[in-house]
Design a protein around this ligand. Structure first.
Ligand SMILES: NC(=O)c1ccc[n+]([C@@H]2O[C@H](COP(=O)([O-])OP(=O)(O)OC[C@H]3O[C@@H](n4cnc5c(N)ncnc54)[C@H](OP(=O)(O)O)[C@@H]3O)[C@@H](O)[C@H]2O)c1
Length: 285
């Protein structure tokens, strides 16, 4: 990845950290986005020391807040005129319903809307850097959702952590497929990855997963390095050059759920997301 510039969100822990590390090891300049300055500094120092790559930097932002997502895009484009790889990895799992300062349910805002907004804001620089790749991080849990609940995107009715999480991860895939259609011919590709069950910080905070799920994670999950393998593969491999609109698991493109291929739902979600983020959007339907 020498000569490439990559931006990775949620890069101070788990899959994002392992992805940033591996891309730095492959020679890319990597910019991490995290919400804690201390964690960002420690992660950057660790990656620089272990990989010998000095081209690693960071930006601090709470990506559940749209103002801060906009700030990341502004700060990035004021310092760099190229972006070859955008990894929308940030995400969380919450057993209790929270609202962000913009008034959106936290899982939907963080796991999905932040990806939508950041991507749109960075599309010009991605196009200018073509060939460029966008990788959205979803989850196999998306398949639990039989439909995108357009009447309850904020999971205000009967909130459950896995319900909100599954919806956000289905939204990641509908968004990926719709964006791939809109980016045809631009040299910017977009794919979505299910990293698989991985032992990370996800759901481990108080108010996250229950004790049984935490126990399963400790017994059965991949390491962050193993989980990040497919993300790095889709971000860097020659085999994925020019490939767009695909869902990857274990280094292969495989089908996602039937619901995730619903073009009408993808367009509808796009239009709603545009309104919720106040975007005019620079992609054509
Ligand atoms: N772990 C799995 O089994 C699994 C499976 C499928 C998909 N995924 C997906 O993989 C992605 C990464 O999750 P992970 O498992 O690596 O979890 P993780 O270890 O908890 O990492 C999440 C990252 O996001 C950051 N973050 C959380 N809230 C944020 C906010 N409001 N603003 C900015 N950054 C924020 C965290 O920062 P801090 O370091 O400050 O907490 C951390 O760097 C998520 O999209 C998740 O849904 C995970």
């Amino acid at each position: 990845m020498h000569g490439k510039i990559a931006l990775v969100t949620g890069a101070t822990s788990g899959l994002g950290k392992a992805t940033a590390f591996e891309m730095a090891r492959l020679g890319a300049m990597v910019i991490l986005v995290g919400r804690s300055k201390e964690k960002c500094e420690a992660t950057v120092d660790h990656i620089k020391k272990e990989t010998g790559n000095d081209g690693v930097g960071y930006m601090v932002a709470d990506l559940s807040v749209q103002r801060e997502v906009r700030k990341v895009s502004q700060d990035f484009t004021s310092r760099h005129n190229r972006l070859h790889v955008l990894v929308n990895n940030v995400g969380g799992f919450f057993n209790t319903r929270f609202e962000t300062e913009d008034g959106f349910e936290l899982t939907f805002a963080l796991n999905y809307l932040s990806h939508f907004l950041l991507t749109d804001l960075l599309l010009d620089v991605l196009k200018a850097s073509s060939p460029a790749r966008i990788i959205n991080v979803s989850s196999g849990i998306h398949a639990r959702e039989r439909r995108m609940p357009f009447d309850d995107l904020q999971t205000a009715k009967g909130y459950k952590g896995f319900k909100a999480y599954g919806r956000s991860k289905l939204a990641n895939i509908l968004f990926t497929y719709e964006l791939a259609r809109r980016l045809e011919g631009t040299g910017v590709t977009v794919n979505v990855v299910n990293p698989g069950f991985t032992a990370t910080g996800l759901g481990m905070q108080p108010g996250g997963f229950g004790e049984f799920t935490k126990w399963m994670v400790s017994k059965m999950a991949k390491t962050p390095q193993q989980g990040a393998e497919t993300i790095v593969y889709v971000a860097s491999s020659k085999g994925v050059e020019g490939v767009t609109g695909k869902y990857y698991e274990n280094l292969k493109d495989v089908p996602s759920s039937k619901t995730s291929y619903n073009v009408e739902a993808g367009i509808r979600l796009w239009e709603i997301s545009r309104k919720l983020t106040g975007l005019r959007s620079n992609t054509k339907p």
